[in-house]
Design a protein around this ligand. Structure first.
Ligand code: G4P
Length: 546
């Protein structure tokens, strides 16, 4: 299917541009976002339809069919194949009319919330997909809370309207109540389940009618002159038309109108109703992202924030993935460009090490295919293959000492000891663990006394993922043992106090992969004791990665 014509976009862009300060057009046309949802709500299907409309794939079903059990082109890992969950985050770029969309995939499973959090630092907006029959589910709620921490603008897509769904007002009420966000209908469904005909587009006063015969066809659009237009009598059966008129009137009275600022501040979400599998409502949602944005946003950094339209290139690593393609044992750092116009071969300063790196093989992720990125702009995600120099939280600039902030590392909630099945392979294991630590897949602590390592994760499934990856990627069977510790806290404060603390509590001290001291314990009492005994010491559950 060819990319769709982009009605009204240019006007919308000009409109945004008139709300100065204007970004250069190449940056203003970028939309970088993630999709959040509870498993099964339809994220994969929606992603596939996005790629289809973006011209990145030719046929629906291709995403699923290709690579056998792969659920989407963005899933790489063996574990995902086995379990059908999306463990790793990746990025996909495609054009939609004059816009460039960068869709960053979030891991779907709750055990990967830290990874998800970091992924969400790289986007300017999120699409929340909910199942029309199930409403707001637990994982949606969790992911929403993460978006809220960053005040991300949210667009909502209520999916599966072709099935029996809940009453439209009920769904909207539930979102408003459970998520404490205002909801404004961008479209209103006409009928439900078998009777679902399509939607009334509340923002553009037109009807979108679903074609049940062809799942890949874009809905027919009928321009109407308000809901009293006589044309409607031929298109909608009387009982559904009456209901639509009543509901839309009520919705206009009871629900807030679309306030662009409230949307940008993350306090109001527009909701579209549709059916991803029938390609219905998807284009309208994409139109919404194009029209309402936001464009690439400024990035928090020290000593100053970074504006997207700065001439000089700056970017930060939000994800590192090793061995993404088993054929090339490489490591790719996913970099969100925060400003400027990047061109291949550029020399950038790696601020943490102050070294210069020549970025000669940057990649863009166009659906499954990696392509060399000849250029990229603020808002884009590029992959930089490297041998471990690039870590999560690192900033790249054209020389200025600026560091992007707000990419935390969370204290693990589960700790286990880890040993190589073959004791002769301890060194290999250390290498593998360090790599996973740098990737952010787990916390790895080296105890101050004794041998071996302690691995910390947020969710139990991560241990399995790790064991499977170490075996698959390094050919090393490993064993996890129970650890005597349950909590980890990073130690900070004056060096003399840290030295004293370490000396007096050696059995509790480990070092993370950066060599920073970590206090391990199973008792909150211990943590309180240290904070009481060492006035200048702080034990914290998060560490800023920079
Ligand atoms: P996820 O990534 O959020 O986990 O969801 P996914 O897209 O895989 O969709 C979950 C299931 O819901 C799939 O069915 C999918 O076909 C179905 N689905 C998605 N969108 C719609 C929709 O608009 N209407 C209806 N009726 N179903 C929808 P499945 O049986 O698990 O997989 P499959 O056999 O269809 O591949």
């Amino acid at each position: 299917m060819p990319p769709l014509p982009a009605a009204g976009y240019i006007a919308a862009m000009l409109d945004h541009a008139s709300n100065a300060p204007a970004l250069p057009p190449e940056i203003a046309r970028r939309r970088t976002f993630a999709i959040i949802s509870h498993p099964d709500a339809g994220k994969t299907t929606l992603t596939e339809k996005f790629l289809l409309y973006g011209g990145a794939i030719q046929m629906a079903g291709q995403v699923r069919a290709k690579g056998e059990a792969r659920r989407t082109r963005s899933d790489f890992m063996q574990m995902e194949k086995d379990r059908g969950i999306s463990v790793s985050a990746s990025a996909m770029s495609f054009d939609f009319g004059p816009f460039r969309f960068n869709l960053v995939d979030t891991p779907g499973h709750s055990d990967f919330s830290e990874d998800t959090y970091r992924t969400l630092t790289a986007v300017d907006a999120a699409i929340m997909v909910i199942d029309g029959a199930k409403g707001v589910e637990s994982q949606t709620q969790k992911l929403f809370e993460v978006c809220r921490l960053r005040d991300l603008p949210i667009l909502t897509f209520c999916n599966k309207m072709d099935r029996e769904s809940r009453d439209t007002f009920d769904i909207i009420d539930e979102i408003q109540e459970n998520l404490a966000i205002d909801v404004t209908p961008a479209s209103w469904p006409i009928g439900v389940g078998r009777d679902f005909l399509g939607c009334y587009d509340m923002l553009h006063n037109r009807l979108e009618l679903m074609d049940r015969a062809d799942r890949n066809r874009v809905a027919e659009t009928v321009k109407i002159d308000g809901l009293d237009d006589p044309k409607l009598n031929d298109l909608i059966p009387p009982h559904l038309l009456e209901k639509l008129r009543e509901e839309v009137e009520m919705a206009r009275e009871l629900l807030p109108p679309l306030d662009h600022n409230a949307f940008l501040e993350g306090t109001l979400t527009p909701i579209w109703f549709g059916s991803a599998i029938n390609s219905f409502g998807v284009k309208e949602l994409m139109d919404g992202i194009a029209e309402y944005g936001p464009e690439p946003q400024p990035q928090d950094a020290q000593p100053r924030p970074i504006a997207a339209d700065e001439k000089k290139v700056m970017g930060f690593v939000f994800k590192v993935q090793a061995n993404m393609d088993p054929k090339h044992r490489d490591r790719v750092a996913f970099v969100r460009l925060a400003s400027g116009h990047f061109t291949r071969g550029m020399k950038l300063t790696h601020v943490r090490s102050k070294k210069t790196m020549t970025i000669s093989n940057p990649v863009l992720f166009l659906a499954a295919d990696r392509e060399l990125a000849e250029e990229a702009w603020a808002g884009d995600i590029i992959g930089i293959p490297n041998h471990g120099q690039l870590r999560i939280g690192d900033t790249l600039t054209e020389g200025e000492e600026v560091r992007v902030t707000g990419i935390p590392s969370f204290a693990p909630e589960l700790l286990q000891g880890v040993r190589a099945g073959d004791p002769m392979k301890a060194k290999h294991l250390e290498k593998a663990l360090m790599q996973f630590a740098e990737e952010g897949a787990a916390k790895v602590f080296k105890p101050a006394i004794g041998s071996g390592f302690i691995v910390g994760v947020v969710g139990a499934l991560q241990f399995e993922v790790l064991a499977s990856r170490i075996e698959l990627e390094y050919g090393l069977p490993v064993r996890f043992d129970a650890s005597q510790f349950t909590s980890a806290r990073w130690v900070s404060g004056p060096q003399d106090q840290i030295d004293q603390l370490v000396k007096a509590n050696t059995q509790h001290i480990s070092y993370d992969h950066d060599g920073d001291p970590v206090f391990l314990t199973r008792l909150q009492w211990d943590i309180d004791r240290i904070e009481r005994d060492y006035a200048g010491i702080k034990l914290s559950a998060t560490k800023e990665m920079m």
